[in-house]
Write a protein that binds this ligand. Structure first.
Ligand SMILES: Nc1ncnc2c1ncn2[C@@H]1O[C@H](COP(=O)(O)OP(=O)(O)OP(=O)(O)O)[C@@H](O)[C@H]1O
Ligand SMILES: [Mg+2]
Length: 222
């Protein structure tokens, strides 16, 4: 049963993170001096909070811009969600709102680079936090054989609003043989856990590459 490593332990295993988040630490926490794992963990937690607020504000802003008023009902939030998906990624609206590089956006969640090698997935609306919680549960319940095909979950918010996973590389479908590699991954996942296979979306865009291996990066929703 794979464990949830936790952000602090992840930073300990990736000491380069101390350099990359070090520059922001004095500014964010009002401290100076060399960054420690503890400082870096606090700084990254603060960065996550800022990004979550940025997502909430963006939802409000796109709706306000289109309809001239703030979203008030549940239905308004869903409309705002679809407006966010229409934003052209190359214009950088999402990155400006959350202050982190964009890795990708799905129907329910946005993936950002919190630090090199570490992906932060924020549910665009609180309702979608259940997908992060499902992902955490599947990771915790996975056999070692199944875990080899899944992107590891590193940490999750107490309310499920965000989840941290290893960052994986994008799959280039134009490379010959890529389709067969994904088919092999699907066959392996199906033989290990047919129920999981039936309940997740095994489209190409939900796979990534980790150290050259094909892995499933989205196993939170169908
Ligand atoms: N660990 C990761 N590393 C790199 N990129 C990622 C990672 N997780 C997600 N992404 C990118 O972000 C996109 C959205 O993430 P994800 O598929 O988990 O969200 P979703 O809203 O559940 O998606 P869907 O629309 O498939 O339901 C992915 O298609 C992928 O491009
Ligand atoms: Mg997806």
């Amino acid at each position: 049963m794979p464990a949830i490593l936790g952000l602090e332990a992840w930073i300990e295993r990736h000491p380069g993170t101390l350099q990359t988040c070090g520059a922001d630490i004095p500014e964010i926490l009002g401290i100076s001096g060399p960054s420690s794992v503890d400082h870096c963990t606090r700084a990254l937690h603060e960065t996550i909070s800022v990004a979550v607020r940025g997502v909430d504000l963006l939802i409000e802003e796109v709706f306000l811009e289109r309809f001239g008023e703030r979203p008030r009902h549940h239905g308004d939030i869903f409309i705002a969600l679809s407006l966010i998906q229409e934003l052209p990624p190359e214009r950088g609206f999402i990155e400006a709102a959350v202050n982190l590089p964009l890795l990708g956006i799905g129907a329910w969640r946005v993936a950002l680079r919190l630090a090199p090698g570490l992906a932060l997935k924020i549910s665009l609306i609180p309702h979608a936090s259940q997908f992060n919680e499902t992902e955490e549960q599947i990771w915790k319940d996975a056999s070692p054989e199944l875990a080899r095909w899944l992107v590891p979950v590193i940490d999750i918010a107490h309310d499920g609003r965000w989840i941290l996973m290893n960052e994986v590389d994008r799959i280039d479908m134009s490379v010959a043989g890529t389709g067969q590699l994904i088919s092999c991954a699907i066959a392996a996942i199906e033989s290990l856990d047919p129920d999981l296979c039936a309940s997740v979306d095994l489209s190409d865009y939900n796979f990534g590459l980790s150290d050259g291996k094909v892995v499933l990066l989205d196993y939170g929703n169908d």
